[in-house]
Design a protein. Structure first.
Length: 228
Protein backbone atom coordinates (compact mmCIF):
# COMPACT_ATOMS: atom_id res chain seq x y z
CA UNK A 1 0.00 0.00 0.00
CA UNK A 2 1.33 3.43 -0.90
CA UNK A 3 2.11 5.62 2.09
CA UNK A 4 0.34 8.97 2.28
CA UNK A 5 2.60 11.91 3.14
CA UNK A 6 1.20 15.20 4.43
CA UNK A 7 3.30 18.36 4.81
CA UNK A 8 2.39 20.34 7.94
CA UNK A 9 3.58 23.97 7.82
CA UNK A 10 3.17 26.15 10.93
CA UNK A 11 5.56 28.32 12.92
CA UNK A 12 4.01 27.15 16.21
CA UNK A 13 5.62 23.90 17.34
CA UNK A 14 2.64 23.02 19.54
CA UNK A 15 0.29 23.31 16.57
CA UNK A 16 2.54 21.13 14.42
CA UNK A 17 2.70 18.49 17.16
CA UNK A 18 -1.08 18.55 17.66
CA UNK A 19 -1.76 18.02 13.95
CA UNK A 20 1.02 15.47 13.64
CA UNK A 21 -0.31 13.36 16.53
CA UNK A 22 -3.85 13.26 15.14
CA UNK A 23 -2.73 12.50 11.57
CA UNK A 24 -0.22 9.82 12.56
CA UNK A 25 -2.98 8.13 14.57
CA UNK A 26 -4.87 7.83 11.27
CA UNK A 27 -1.91 6.22 9.52
CA UNK A 28 -0.48 9.20 7.66
CA UNK A 29 3.22 10.03 7.30
CA UNK A 30 4.11 13.59 8.30
CA UNK A 31 6.70 16.05 7.03
CA UNK A 32 7.12 19.36 8.88
CA UNK A 33 8.24 22.92 8.20
CA UNK A 34 8.41 25.82 10.66
CA UNK A 35 8.45 28.69 8.16
CA UNK A 36 7.68 29.49 4.53
CA UNK A 37 11.19 29.04 3.18
CA UNK A 38 11.54 25.65 4.84
CA UNK A 39 8.12 24.65 3.48
CA UNK A 40 9.24 25.27 -0.10
CA UNK A 41 12.50 23.41 0.54
CA UNK A 42 10.72 20.35 1.99
CA UNK A 43 8.17 20.39 -0.81
CA UNK A 44 10.86 20.54 -3.51
CA UNK A 45 12.63 17.56 -1.96
CA UNK A 46 9.47 15.46 -1.56
CA UNK A 47 7.10 16.69 -4.25
CA UNK A 48 6.55 13.21 -5.69
CA UNK A 49 5.22 11.78 -2.45
CA UNK A 50 3.44 14.68 -0.71
CA UNK A 51 -0.31 14.19 -1.17
CA UNK A 52 -1.58 17.21 0.77
CA UNK A 53 -0.30 20.35 2.51
CA UNK A 54 -1.60 21.97 5.70
CA UNK A 55 -0.34 25.53 5.38
CA UNK A 56 -0.47 28.31 7.96
CA UNK A 57 -0.89 31.88 6.68
CA UNK A 58 1.04 33.98 9.20
CA UNK A 59 4.65 32.76 9.25
CA UNK A 60 8.16 34.23 9.33
CA UNK A 61 10.39 34.59 6.24
CA UNK A 62 7.61 33.78 3.76
CA UNK A 63 3.90 33.86 4.58
CA UNK A 64 1.47 31.17 3.50
CA UNK A 65 0.21 33.11 0.50
CA UNK A 66 3.74 33.40 -0.91
CA UNK A 67 4.36 29.70 -0.34
CA UNK A 68 1.07 28.85 -2.04
CA UNK A 69 1.89 31.00 -5.08
CA UNK A 70 5.26 29.24 -5.43
CA UNK A 71 3.76 25.76 -5.10
CA UNK A 72 0.94 26.52 -7.55
CA UNK A 73 3.54 27.38 -10.20
CA UNK A 74 4.65 23.77 -10.11
CA UNK A 75 1.94 21.59 -8.58
CA UNK A 76 -1.79 21.14 -8.02
CA UNK A 77 -1.29 19.24 -4.76
CA UNK A 78 -4.28 19.84 -2.42
CA UNK A 79 -3.70 22.65 0.09
CA UNK A 80 -5.64 23.41 3.28
CA UNK A 81 -4.90 26.89 4.61
CA UNK A 82 -4.82 27.40 8.38
CA UNK A 83 -5.30 30.94 9.65
CA UNK A 84 -6.30 32.90 12.72
CA UNK A 85 -8.16 35.26 10.42
CA UNK A 86 -11.69 34.31 9.41
CA UNK A 87 -12.74 37.20 7.21
CA UNK A 88 -14.62 36.48 4.02
CA UNK A 89 -12.21 38.55 1.93
CA UNK A 90 -9.27 36.46 3.11
CA UNK A 91 -11.11 33.26 2.25
CA UNK A 92 -12.00 34.49 -1.23
CA UNK A 93 -8.37 35.53 -1.76
CA UNK A 94 -7.23 32.05 -0.77
CA UNK A 95 -9.61 30.33 -3.17
CA UNK A 96 -8.43 32.59 -6.00
CA UNK A 97 -4.87 31.42 -5.36
CA UNK A 98 -5.92 27.77 -5.50
CA UNK A 99 -6.73 26.80 -1.92
CA UNK A 100 -8.76 23.58 -1.64
CA UNK A 101 -10.01 24.20 1.89
CA UNK A 102 -9.81 27.09 4.34
CA UNK A 103 -9.96 26.51 8.11
CA UNK A 104 -9.85 29.29 10.71
CA UNK A 105 -8.16 28.84 14.08
CA UNK A 106 -9.14 27.66 16.61
CA UNK A 107 -10.51 24.47 15.09
CA UNK A 108 -11.25 20.91 16.13
CA UNK A 109 -8.37 18.61 15.11
CA UNK A 110 -10.88 15.81 14.55
CA UNK A 111 -12.85 17.97 12.12
CA UNK A 112 -9.66 18.95 10.33
CA UNK A 113 -8.65 15.29 9.98
CA UNK A 114 -12.09 14.51 8.58
CA UNK A 115 -11.64 17.26 5.98
CA UNK A 116 -8.17 15.97 5.15
CA UNK A 117 -9.58 12.50 4.51
CA UNK A 118 -12.46 13.88 2.44
CA UNK A 119 -10.11 15.88 0.20
CA UNK A 120 -7.70 12.95 -0.24
CA UNK A 121 -10.55 10.65 -1.20
CA UNK A 122 -11.97 13.20 -3.63
CA UNK A 123 -8.62 13.90 -5.30
CA UNK A 124 -6.96 10.48 -5.24
CA UNK A 125 -9.80 8.06 -4.63
CA UNK A 126 -9.75 5.68 -1.68
CA UNK A 127 -5.97 5.58 -1.32
CA UNK A 128 -6.19 3.99 2.13
CA UNK A 129 -7.51 0.55 1.25
CA UNK A 130 -6.20 -0.81 4.53
CA UNK A 131 -6.89 1.23 7.65
CA UNK A 132 -5.23 0.78 11.02
CA UNK A 133 -7.03 1.35 14.31
CA UNK A 134 -4.57 0.86 17.14
CA UNK A 135 -3.30 -2.46 15.79
CA UNK A 136 -6.62 -3.55 14.33
CA UNK A 137 -6.31 -3.38 10.54
CA UNK A 138 -9.26 -3.69 8.22
CA UNK A 139 -8.96 -4.30 4.48
CA UNK A 140 -12.23 -3.05 3.08
CA UNK A 141 -11.60 -4.42 -0.39
CA UNK A 142 -10.71 -7.90 0.84
CA UNK A 143 -13.15 -7.66 3.79
CA UNK A 144 -10.51 -9.03 6.15
CA UNK A 145 -9.48 -8.01 9.67
CA UNK A 146 -6.13 -8.51 11.38
CA UNK A 147 -5.04 -7.92 14.96
CA UNK A 148 -1.34 -7.08 15.29
CA UNK A 149 -0.83 -8.62 11.85
CA UNK A 150 -2.67 -11.87 12.57
CA UNK A 151 -5.95 -12.50 10.69
CA UNK A 152 -9.09 -13.19 12.73
CA UNK A 153 -12.17 -15.05 11.55
CA UNK A 154 -15.34 -12.96 11.64
CA UNK A 155 -18.80 -13.79 10.37
CA UNK A 156 -20.27 -11.36 7.84
CA UNK A 157 -22.42 -9.70 10.51
CA UNK A 158 -19.53 -9.46 12.93
CA UNK A 159 -17.40 -7.87 10.22
CA UNK A 160 -20.12 -5.34 9.35
CA UNK A 161 -20.69 -4.50 13.02
CA UNK A 162 -16.98 -4.00 13.71
CA UNK A 163 -16.57 -1.90 10.57
CA UNK A 164 -19.50 0.30 11.60
CA UNK A 165 -17.91 0.87 15.01
CA UNK A 166 -14.54 1.67 13.41
CA UNK A 167 -16.08 4.03 10.86
CA UNK A 168 -17.65 5.91 13.78
CA UNK A 169 -14.60 5.92 16.03
CA UNK A 170 -15.02 7.92 19.27
CA UNK A 171 -18.79 8.27 18.71
CA UNK A 172 -21.29 6.74 21.16
CA UNK A 173 -23.74 4.67 19.10
CA UNK A 174 -27.15 3.65 20.40
CA UNK A 175 -28.34 0.07 19.94
CA UNK A 176 -31.18 1.33 17.73
CA UNK A 177 -28.75 3.18 15.49
CA UNK A 178 -26.54 0.10 15.22
CA UNK A 179 -29.53 -2.07 14.35
CA UNK A 180 -30.72 0.38 11.71
CA UNK A 181 -27.31 0.63 10.04
CA UNK A 182 -25.94 -2.91 10.41
CA UNK A 183 -29.07 -5.06 10.50
CA UNK A 184 -31.09 -2.56 8.39
CA UNK A 185 -34.49 -1.09 9.13
CA UNK A 186 -36.42 -4.27 8.34
CA UNK A 187 -34.96 -6.10 11.35
CA UNK A 188 -37.50 -6.65 14.11
CA UNK A 189 -35.50 -8.84 16.45
CA UNK A 190 -34.26 -8.14 19.98
CA UNK A 191 -31.53 -5.52 20.28
CA UNK A 192 -29.74 -7.90 22.66
CA UNK A 193 -28.44 -9.66 19.56
CA UNK A 194 -26.00 -6.73 19.34
CA UNK A 195 -24.67 -7.53 22.80
CA UNK A 196 -23.98 -11.15 21.87
CA UNK A 197 -22.20 -10.09 18.67
CA UNK A 198 -20.11 -7.52 20.57
CA UNK A 199 -19.11 -10.19 23.08
CA UNK A 200 -17.90 -12.46 20.27
CA UNK A 201 -16.02 -9.65 18.55
CA UNK A 202 -14.30 -8.60 21.77
CA UNK A 203 -13.18 -12.18 22.34
CA UNK A 204 -11.75 -12.45 18.83
CA UNK A 205 -9.95 -9.09 19.16
CA UNK A 206 -8.20 -10.31 22.31
CA UNK A 207 -6.57 -7.46 24.24
CA UNK A 208 -7.83 -5.00 21.60
CA UNK A 209 -11.38 -5.89 22.59
CA UNK A 210 -11.16 -3.24 25.32
CA UNK A 211 -11.36 -0.60 22.57
CA UNK A 212 -15.08 -1.42 22.26
CA UNK A 213 -16.53 0.41 25.23
CA UNK A 214 -20.00 -0.18 26.66
CA UNK A 215 -21.87 3.12 27.15
CA UNK A 216 -24.44 2.47 29.85
CA UNK A 217 -27.99 3.25 28.82
CA UNK A 218 -26.92 3.98 25.24
CA UNK A 219 -24.91 1.34 23.43
CA UNK A 220 -21.28 1.12 22.37
CA UNK A 221 -18.30 3.21 21.30
CA UNK A 222 -14.99 2.27 19.68
CA UNK A 223 -12.18 4.29 21.24
CA UNK A 224 -8.46 3.55 21.11
CA UNK A 225 -6.91 3.81 24.56
CA UNK A 226 -3.32 3.68 25.73
CA UNK A 227 -1.96 4.46 22.27
CA UNK A 228 1.58 4.99 23.51
Amino acid sequence: MEETYILVVDDESRMRKLLKDFLIAKGYKILEAEDGEKAIEVFEENRNKIKLILLDVMMPKLDGWSVLRKIRQESNVPVIMLTARGEEQDELFGFELGVDEYISKPFSPKILVARVEAILKRVYGDIKEVKDYGGITIDQEGRTVKVDGKPIDLSLREYELLKYLLDNENIALSRDKILNNVWNYDYYGDSRTIDSHIKKIRHKLGKKGKYIETIRGIGYKFEIKNKQ
